[in-house]
Design a protein around this ligand. Structure first.
Ligand code: UD1
Ligand code: CA
Length: 462
């Protein structure tokens, strides 16, 4: 594509969404709608992009920092929004400009590129993407003349009964000759049901001037769908979710039942991995081959090696090597690194720790700010006591240690390789290699004490 630029309309406050966020930051598969549009433009190699922003402009711009932007102070319609970018258009005279709406995130690069090819082939003043929707309610309808050429777009609010029957709708994605668009913007009037400057009127203006108008009908009509309210957003989420699941299944991922399985774009999953219901994978997450993930598992910004079994776990910003078995009900908090063959069981929390190969932490344990060696066995109920109310300290445990049940390891503390910690110990001092540390009061047994008490007070009350 030569001499191309794009304008993305994103100034709407999205009243119908009933959100404190600007509409274009509402998310589809955990990604703001405007970021989907940014991804499409990037994929098409369109780098010169101007966003028209209004409510929450700073927030929106932070989501698409590569875009330049202009402000639309008053929301007077999509045509008025493009008028705000006149200076940007003037810099691109002689070229072509795509205009996209920030609330149609399913638009794809293939459709945008094919519309551009048609636009250039036909030497059109404007080429718009259209789609046939089973339910066209709410969209602008495409009106064609007797020759079948697009002669205009009629908005829902301005349409008569007959026009409302038209199923072909405006996707809100256009290619304009920049020179034509600049001229047409000066001719726009707000004489319609909503008293707005409609960008869609530019199509009628082109047709009336005898300029070439092309309609590129999208092969997959779903690319045209926009979200104006939460129900629309759910519909887009469902379509995008299904498409992602199909992409993974096509590359050899097994999805037994898709209920509650949400995989964000960009997640990588290896062949023959099974994803069970209730699994949410997002961020920069990479899952290896031959894993079983779920049910009821959330993994974000993490790497999981081949052959792992992860059942009912929450994992964030961590790295799990191969053949790890964790869960059910394990929480792995940020900056944890579990090496190959580690086993972590129910009600265990790991945070900011390295756990070396084949170590087992089977139940009810907290491992925080720790460096744990290989082949260590944690008894049930161990706590690395990492925080004194002011600062955090590390616990270091050497290879082959055995940590008895219900032990507290008060950091900073170091347990030498091969050592044993007796159950119920509270360890405050370093333990050398191959030692046994016992840190609890010695047991006292008083023979006959209970019988004497019963005789004195009578039987215990129930
Ligand atoms: C618009 C189209 C309609 C099309 C549909 C596709 C017009 C007049 N109508 O309707 O033909 O079928 O999109 O989804 O263009 N915006 C601004 N400033 C404004 C108004 C809107 O930046 O003053 C932005 C919004 O943030 C949004 C986009 O433009 O991203 C579209 O606006 P919206 O009000 O949602 O238009 P629709 O009613 O959906
Ligand atoms: Ca819309």
């Amino acid at each position: 594509m030569e001499k191309v630029c794009a304008i993305v309309l994103a100034a709407g406050d999205g009243k119908r969404m009933r959100s404190s966020r600007p509409k274009v930051l509402c998310e589809v598969l955990f990604r703001p709608m405007i970021c989907w549009i940014a991804g499409v433009l990037e994929e098409c190699g369109v780098r010169d992009v101007c966003a028209v922003l209004g409510t929450g402009a700073d927030q929106v711009h932070a989501a698409v920092p590569r875009f330049s932007w202009v402000e639309q102070k008053e929301r007077l319609g999509t045509g008025h929004a493009v008028m705000q970018a006149k200076a940007f258009l003037q810099e691109h005279r002689g070229g072509d400009c795509a205009v996209l709406y920030g609330d149609t995130p399913l638009m794809d690069a293939d459709t945008l590129q094919k519309a551009y090819l048609l636009h250039k082939k036909e030497g059109a003043a404007v080429t718009l993407v259209t789609a046939s929707l089973p339910d066209p309610a709410g969209y602008g309808r495409i009106v064609r003349n007797e020759k079948g050429d697009v002669s205009g777009i009629v908005e829902q609010a301005d349409a008569d009964e007959k026009t409302l029957q038209i199923r072909e709708i405006n996707a809100g994605t256009y290619w304009f000759s920049v020179d034509f668009l600049l001229d047409a913007l000066d001719r726009l009037r707000a004489d319609n049901a909503q008293g707005e400057y409609y960008l869609t009127d530019v199509i009628g203006i082109a047709a009336a001037l005898g300029r070439r108008v092309c309609g590129y009908q999208a092969v997959d009509s779903r690319v045209a769908m926009g979200a104006n309210d939460r129900k629309g957003l759910l519909r887009l989420n469902e379509i995008a979710r299904q498409a992602e699941l199909e992409r993974h299944m096509d590359s050899g991922v097994e999805i037994v039942c898709a209920d509650g399985v949400v995989i964000a774009p960009g997640v990588v999953i290896g062949q023959d991995t099974t994803i069970l219901p209730g699994t949410i994978l997002k961020g920069r997450t990479v899952i290896g081959k031959n894993c079983v993930i779920g049910p009821n598992t959330a993994i974000e910004d993490s790497t999981v090696g081949d052959g792992c079994r992860i059942n009912a776990c929450q994992i964030e910003q961590s790295r799990l090597e191969e053949n790890i078995k964790i869960g059910p009900f394990t929480r792995v908090r940020p900056n944890s690194h579990l090496k190959a063959g580690v086993k972590i069981g129910n009600f265990v929390e790991v945070k900011n720790s390295v756990i070396d190969e084949n170590t087992a932490v089977a139940h009810l344990t907290y491992v925080g700010d720790s460096d744990v060696g290989k082949n260590v066995n944690f008894g049930c109920g161990t706590v690395t006591v990492n925080f004194d109310g002011h600062a955090k300290y590390r616990t270091v445990i050497g290879d082959d240690c055995f940590i008895g049940c219900n032990s507290n390891l008060i950091a900073p503390v170091e347990i030498g390789a091969g050592s044993y910690i007796a159950a119920g110990s509270t360890i405050t001092d370093p333990v050398p290699d191959d030692a046994l540390a016992i840190a609890r009061a010695r047991q006292v047994v008083k023979p006959g004490w209970a019988r004497a008490r019963r005789l004195r007070l009578g039987p215990r009350k129930k």
